[in-house]
Design a protein around this ligand. Structure first.
Ligand code: KG4
Ligand code: ZN
Length: 335
């Protein structure tokens, strides 16, 4: 079964062709990061306009490079939420138009489900599993009980973890998005120099705004003392505080739920402090840890195609695809 998938929920326009939920024929991603970087964050109106510019050339390239026509496509998949309303609309309208004129099923996919399914593309894993989804917009700990059945174990009560990385990076004078810069500098710094707080130890929910404020106060104190900012040590200590929180909660939840498989996905899954610590703890507890490759961790349409494939074969999708609306908020799991 060949699925054409479209993703446009934030600042990446992506089109993918995936066979049987596994074989990626192509997965083109057009990133707008350079455009938004000058504003220090994603500007929704600009994102929508860029999707309009990018989407048709990406579609044409996908068809041309793979030598396929609409006759080869069995279904169309699209992200319909959560995300930026205007950005979602561009992908959704494109998908609806193609589904309508080609008379193909349209499978609406929750973006978060897409991130969960990124791990199914490369690894032979099966639910049940515990997924830690960490990106610029999300911080969620999700128990994947079976295909299409999820339980939310914990989520952030304020900033998403990627957002916290980006905000702290800005305090340190680093470019946007700051997560990769903090990661790089952390490797040169002392993670134990500053003892930043680890919030909410007694729940599976997360909070990063206190941690961010405490970095701000530390920076202000250091500036008042007229010392040169120890950027590497600040980055390393901040990264350690984040990784300690994410790893300890994930491992504790896996133990309590009796789960042996852990997956980390989303842009922050690239973070080396997080990856190393999680691997160590998983080895210690004999848990299997899966980290999708970076191109599948960040926003892409192949993960949307994979989620759509499982929805299709399990007959678990909205049949009247043309009735689907873009949803800026769209939870996948209730407690
Ligand atoms: O999943 P993603 O590409 O986009 C969405 O937010 O959906 O995630 C982007 C986020 C940004 O906040 C970025 O700073 C963060 O992931 N990020 C990192 C690293 N690479 C990307 N954060 C920490 N360490 C990294 N190596
Ligand atoms: Zn995402």
């Amino acid at each position: 079964m060949l699925i054409l998938a479209i993703e446009s929920s934030c600042d990446e326009t992506s089109i993918a062709l995936v066979r049987d939920g596994k074989e990626i024929l192509s997965n083109y991603v057009s990133s707008q990061i350079d455009i938004h970087a000058q504003y220090g964050g994603v500007v929704p109106e600009i994102a929508s306009r860029q999707h309009i510019i990018n989407i048709n050339p990406l579609l044409e390239q996908t068809f041309k490079d793979n030598n396929v026509t609409e006759k080869d496509i069995d279904a169309i998949a699209v992200t319909y939420g959560p995300g930026l309303q205007g950005a979602l609309l561009i992908g959704l309208l494109t998908a609806k138009t193609l589904a309508w004129i080609w008379n193909k099923p349209l499978i609406g996919v929750n973006h978060l489900e897409g991130h969960i399914y990124a791990s199914f593309l490369e690894n032979n894993i099966k639910p049940p599993m515990l997924t830690l989804l960490v990106s610029g917009g999300h911080t969620e700990l999700i128990h994947v009980e079976e295909h299409g059945k999820y339980k939310l174990i914990g989520k952030t009560r304020d900033d998403a973890v990627g957002e916290a990385f980006d905000k702290v990076a800005r305090l340190l004078g680093l470019p946007y998005p700051g997560g990769p810069y903090i990661d790089k500098l952390s490797k040169l710094g002392d993670p134990n120099r500053f003892n930043f707080p680890k919030a909410m130890p007694n729940t599976f929910d997360f909070s990063f705004s206190g941690l961010k404020t405490s970095v701000l106060y530390k920076i202000n104190d250091l500036k008042n003392e007229n010392v040169e900012l120890p950027v590497n040590d600040l980055a390393a200590s901040f990264s350690k505080a984040v990784a300690d929180t994410l790893v300890s909660k994930t491992i504790k939840a896996a133990k309590e739920l009796g789960l042996k498989t852990i997956v980390i996905t989303g842009g922050v899954a690239a973070n080396s402090t997080l990856r190393e610590k999680m691997q160590r703890e998983c080895d210690k507890n004999k848990f299997a840890l899966h980290l999708p490759s970076m191109k599948l961790c960040t926003d892409n349409a192949a993960m949307i195609a994979c989620a759509a494939y499982f929805k299709y074969i399990n007959d678990d999708y909205i049949k009247d695809g043309l009735s689907i609306g873009a949803k800026s908020r769209l939870p996948i799991a209730v407690r």
